[in-house]
Design a protein around this ligand. Sequence first.
Ligand code: MG
Length: 365
Amino acid sequence: MEIRSIDTVRQSVPLIKPFKTALRTVHHAESVLIRITLNDGRVGWGEAPPTVVITGDSLESIEAAIAGTFTPLLLGKNVLAYEQLLQAMHQSMVGCSSAKAAVDMAIYDLISQLSGMPLYKFLGGYRDRLETDFTVSVNSPEEMGEDAVRYVKSGFCVLKIKVGKDSIEQDIERIREVRQRVGSEIKIRVDANQGWQAKEAIRSIRRMEDMGLNIELVEQPVKAHDIDGLKRVTDAVETPVMADESVFSPLQAFEIIRRRAADMLNIKLMKSGGIYKAQLINQMAEEFGIECMVGSMIESRVAVTAAAHFAASKKNITRVDLDAPLMLLHDLVTGGVKYDGPTMILPQEAGLGILGVKPFSMGAV
Ligand code: MG
């Protein structure tokens, strides 16, 4: 079960509507796809999007890490000793978590194929379906209200509202408008993507509480490095606070858990460097009674299928934010996780269940 070859190819798919947060506007879902082939011809798939403002990873740096560092480390190695391979990969380079995630998910694809189980069963098999939220990009309150109504009409019961772009007053108006348009039954999560200062976050979340906007949770209100600020917000408001950009590694998760700087964690494979480290974060959080969400960057159904397998396998992952593939104009993936409105149905084939990825079959390697 030796690794015979590792290939990558870039893909770029237009989004149906630009994805806008406090940090960036995205028009295309770009990524590096990876294919790891064993000497028996078996293939494992992975993907890494460039999210320079969050992970620091670009298409070029992802390709360079895979070709220059990880490939020489992995070629000819037995994939069944995957703990050795993943340990070596994580020790070989600081950062570059997205490239690590792509390799990690392809290796997990292969070992779960060899085990004869779908990956979510190989990892724990807690559930076989998930319900994702849908993200409302930050725009004018009117446009956000219209978008929210459209998503609710297509079956979504949980919305994630992006804010943190200009003034707090505008943000409160955005959330008020969405709440008014969708009614009280729909769950609303708010994501400020680091857009607020601690004091203004406290003031605005308290206002939302007083206005009865019924916010399920607020994600990453303050700057990623500002753990003191995050703790101040968490301590000062009733609404649960979730850390996202503040948590990449298990060590960062440990610090937030130890200090109770957030009530929940958002795990993304592109931040943790894949499933191997994501499991460590989730296990630590579970031990301390902190629930986790699994989210994604702007990714296609390759990486999101891996994230869905991980999310479905664990009891402590109680929320998922895996709507990115639904924002893409084309789907280049055969097999993998399927969507029925907000319901994500895990594939039953062994491994990730991905049967093909178009850029590879078109011979673009
Ligand atoms: Mg977030």
